[in-house]
Design a protein around this ligand. Structure first.
Ligand code: F6P
Length: 553
């Protein structure tokens, strides 16, 4: 599909003109508009409700944004994705995470592969292994059941299963304890292994490429830990290590029994892979049935995204509003504020989803973009964030659009905590939008010299995303909702949301620098740039415990 310069589309100019007006508009006035505006900005997508009425948009803005989506061929690109076209053009790959959650009855043959069949075969193997682990019939090398699962991966091979395992921890009380390791800092692995009995531990090595240095290093160290107490036999690896990878050959070359390798495919991007075997540790934690509900929740959202008109489509609305805030109103960051402690890792997960997908400055055709693309994503669960950074959200000089995520069902007792939690969520959204003016301050008897300090400007945009409960189904829907929102934005910006070339250089340089930080190469061999040479020297002097160049500068 031809990449269009979005700035040349008629709707772009219309939006630029509106942005000038709306940047200083008052949400006070906008939210008073009931009827059509509300109908456009409140959308139910299965279990999920999006309320975007507190965004700085008029009905005219919404029409222009929807026109922009049409003119930028979002619908055509969406349909091409679902059909398995190679829309990841720079890697010449299909983008089919949606196929990972499609029911067995669906059919999809892409590049000669019966995708549905292949996906469900792996799901069955995963479920078989997960049940054996959970029921205690997967035995370690000494015949013990597994009581600790340690999943080793990084980025997309870690953030999804880690975040979802925490989100659904209420379901994970029956299975073994599941821990995650991603950092090559040995502290991470050490913590995951604290209290673990090697005879009862299963290590899951998760890497799409099976080339990622951090993961391979952690996997080697975990293997040595197992071997130190269980011995060197191949049986130890067979019973204590499984792998998840699209590079099955590399996983088996690492020594892992092919029967213990769960594969996935090139058409699954790392940050879109929690639905695949990458979610194996999650499946062990919550059980196969709950994992299938997680997939079903995402599939329901996929169907909503695929079938609903743009005007009634929740991820489309979310994506259009996010693009409006970023590109037209100039918001540099976007905060995700889940009012659910179990969603504590959602902001980190969305950081990768949004920033690795849309942190790009060239279009698919290689032309530089002339507009702002993906925002910086950050956040913390409410109400903790309220006592840390909300001051800036309310009165800072930077406008930060926020997503406030509310779950209706209490996650623990006593439930009145939950009512207070939700009151806080709704109060913050209200305060951001409506602020507090001088008249109110005066009525409260606030001395006039403090008005400038206590005045709350309001008109700070937010969306509220509501879920009835933190079930596997709702979580699946929420993640798919964000995936499709990211898709809509990337499609309009004309960028490839599915590659990540920007992370490669650092990886290559780390591999080159490792012999220097290990002290195998001399920092002064003329290869390193002056700053790196100085930094390596300083590091080595402390690392080797010698006085070296500890000059303090
Ligand atoms: O560092 C970027 C990245 O390539 C991510 O896109 C990916 O999720 C992560 O590294 C891990 O890669 P792998 O699964 O191949 O180990």
């Amino acid at each position: 599909m031809e990449t269009r310069d979005p700035t040349a589309l008629p709707a772009w100019a219309a939006l630029r003109a509106q942005a000038a007006e709306l940047a200083s508009a008052s949400l006070h006035d906008l939210v008073k508009e009931r009827g059509a505006r509300e109908e456009r900005l409140v959308i139910d997508a299965g279990v999920l409700r999006l309320d975007a009425t507190r965004q700085l948009v008029t009905l005219g803005t919404l029409d222009a944004l929807t026109d922009l989506a049409r003119e930028a061929q979002v619908i055509e690109l969406r349909d091409a994705m679902f059909a398995g076209a190679h829309i990841n053009t720079t890697e010449d790959r299909a983008v089919l995470h949606v196929a990972l959650r499609a029911p067995r009855s669906s059919s999809r043959v892409v590049d000669g592969l019966d995708v549905t069949q292949a996906v469900h075969e792996v799901l069955e193997r995963m479920a078989d292994a997960a049940v054996r682990i959970r029921e205690g019939t997967w035995h370690g090398a000494t015949g013990e059941p597994i009581t600790r699962v340690v999943s080793i991966g990084i980025g997309g091979s870690d953030l999804g299963p880690r975040m979802a395992t925490l989100a659904l921890e209420a379901l994970g009380r029956e299975g073994p304890e599941v821990r995650f390791v991603s950092n090559v800092d040995p502290v991470d692995l050490e913590r995951a292994l604290v209290g673990a009995d090697p005879a009862r531990t299963l290590v899951v090595v998760v890497s799409k490429t099976f080339h990622t240095l951090e993961t391979l290093q952690n996997a080697q160290t975990a293997l040595s830990w197992l071997r130190r107490s269980l011995g060197p036999s191949a049986e130890v690896v067979r019973r204590h290590v499984v792998a998840v990878s699209s590079n099955v050959d590399a996983a088996t070359a690492f020594g892992i029994d092919p029967a213990n390798v769960f594969g996935f495919w090139d058409f699954v991007g790392g940050r879109y892979s929690v639905w695949s075997a990458v979610g194996f540790a999650l499946m062990v934690a919550i059980g196969p049935e709950a994992f299938m509900s997680f997939l079903a929740g995402a599939h329901a959202l996929d169907e909503h995204f695929r079938c609903e008109p743009l005007e009634r489509n929740a991820p489309v609305l979310h994506g259009l509003v996010a693009l409006w805030n970023r590109t037209f109103l100039g918001a540099q960051t976007h905060a995700v504020l889940p009012y659910a402690e179990r969603l504590a890792l959602l902001p980190s997960y969305l950081q990768q989803l949004v920033m690795e997908s849309n942190g790009k400055s060239v279009r698919r055709d290689g032309a530089p973009v002339t507009y702002d693309t993906g925002p910086i994503v950050w956040g913390e669960p409410g109400t903790k964030g309220q006592h840390a950074f909300y001051q800036l959200l309310h009165q800072g000089t930077t406008r930060v659009p926020v997503d406030i995520i509310v779950v209706a069902e209490p996650q623990a007792e006593p439930a009145d905590h939950h009512d207070l939690l939700v009151a806080n969520a709704l109060a913050q959204a209200q305060a951001l939008a409506l602020g507090r003016g001088d008249a109110e301050l005066a009525a409260q008897g606030v001395p006039e010299q403090l008005w400038a300090h206590k005045r709350m400007p309001g008109s700070r945009p937010s969306s509220v995303i509501m879920l009835p409960r933190l079930s596997p189904e709702a979580l699946g829907a929420l993640l798919a909702f964000y995936e499709h929102s990211v898709f809509v934005q990337g499609a309009i910006w004309g960028i490839d949301s599915f590659d990540q070339w920007g992370v490669e250089l650092g990886k290559e340089l780390a591999a080159t620098l490792a012999p220097y930080t290990r002290g195998e190469h001399d920092a002064g061999d003329g290869t390193l740039d002056p700053t790196t040479e100085r930094l390596v020297r300083w590091y080595r002097s402390w690392r080797s415990g010698g006085a070296g160049e500890r000059s303090g500068n």
